[in-house]
Design a binder for this molecule. Structure first.
Ligand SMILES: NC(=O)c1ccc[n+]([C@@H]2O[C@H](COP(=O)([O-])OP(=O)(O)OC[C@H]3O[C@@H](n4cnc5c(N)ncnc54)[C@H](OP(=O)(O)O)[C@@H]3O)[C@@H](O)[C@H]2O)c1
Length: 317
């Protein structure tokens, strides 16, 4: 009887982890870089949050493959600087820059600008990448800031995907839609509750969309990066878990490479060892109920939580 129970547990563990690791190995080592311009017979791509970090690396990679790129990002100095850098780096490519705020609820203003900028071109590669993290307890962050985080990370990707997917379908074009999600979505994340929730939304949305668009030859890819060195951390506040993650971060170019290797090969790309270990331990081995109970017990002992309490108490006095 006992050996039967052992073998049931063995096979459950085996089926949960081994096919996953086989696909991770295939995605990491079995997929050589593809030229996305050739693969999708495309001329234009659009990258949101393309002015810095991962987005800027994606723009560079696509331009190096011969694609022209529309960059949609906040209309600030980062975009101004990136504009002059990228045009110097790739003088024979065409770039269009849409300075816009993707944090609005209905997307009307930025979609007007995006539609105008892309009216005479076919965007066949859409990289939904813009995003940021808001740290602290949900209740202490203003409602407006929480919703701006939500709309940038989630709503903008949904609106853009709906628009460009329909344009590709109308013209019967091949294409690629990518989402930059995060391993933060694998687990409950107190002190950045909204961020992790937006990221798991993207993963579920992308994986569902991928099945709907497969017959139409439009690939969907969602990437879960291991820590990547970018402005993400400087904009995140001083949370100790994030500061530790930054110390072991890789350059943004690894995500651009992952996209070029994995487009059309897998739907979910778990990039790097941190993401893979987190996926196995925190979402395959530990149940969410168990993990949440551990979090509830551990959180009050963390420095970030204690600092938040001090701040909250000072405010209420
Ligand atoms: N870095 C990591 O370790 C990591 C790990 C997992 C997932 N990610 C995800 O990767 C994506 C890219 O982040 P990153 O690491 O490259 O950080 P980043 O360097 O800060 O880049 C974020 C990009 O999004 C733009 N952006 C932010 N808010 C915007 C808004 N309201 N409207 C328009 N554009 C906006 C930024 O413009 P400005 O520069 O002008 O603000 C920038 O171009 C994000 O979705 C992030 O959640 C990052």
């Amino acid at each position: 009887m006992l050996s039967f129970i052992y073998s049931v547990f063995f096979w459950i563990g085996f089926l949960a982890v081994v096919p996953y690791l086989a696909l991770v190995a295939y995605a990491a080592y079995g997929c050589p870089e593809q030229n996305l311009k050739t693969k999708y017979n495309a001329k234009w791509a659009l990258v949101t949050g393309g002015s810095s970090g991962i987005g800027a690396a994606i723009v560079r990679k696509l331009a190096s493959q011969g694609l022209n790129v529309v960059v949609a990002a906040l209309d600030d100095q980062t975009l101004v600087n990136f504009k002059s850098e990228i045009q110097k780096e790739f003088p024979s490519r065409e770039f269009r820059f849409v300075g816009c705020d993707l944090s609005t609820p209905d997307g009307q203003a930025y979609m007007d600008a995006v539609k105008k900028a892309t009216a005479d071109i076919d965007v066949q590669i859409l990289c939904n990448n813009a995003g940021f993290i808001t740290t602290g307890c949900f209740a202490d962050i203003t409602f407006g800031r929480n919703m701006a985080n939500y709309h940038t990370n989630v709503t903008s990707g949904v609106i853009m995907s709906h628009y460009f997917l329909n344009r590709m379908l109308e013209k019967g074009q091949r294409g690629l839609i990518t989402f930059t999600s995060s391993s933060a979505g694998f687990i409950p994340n107190p002190m950045s509750a909204l961020y992790s929730s937006t990221k798991i939304f993207l993963t579920t949305f992308a994986a569902s969309l991928a099945a709907e668009t497969a017959e139409d030859k439009i690939d969907v890819l969602v990437v879960h990066p291991s820590p990547i060195n970018s402005n993400f951390y400087s904009n995140a506040g001083k949370m100790s878990a994030l500061l530790s993650a930054q110390k072991i971060s890789s350059p943004p170019s690894v995500i651009a490479e992952t996209i070029c290797r994995n487009a059309g090969k897998v739907v979910v790309a778990d990039q790097g060892p941190i993401t893979v270990i987190m996926k196995i331990v925190l979402s395959k081995v530990l149940d969410w109920n168990v993990f949440t109970e551990i979090m509830k017990l551990a959180l009050p002992f963390t420095g970030d939580y204690k600092a938040m309490k001090v701040k909250r108490n000072a405010k209420s006095q």
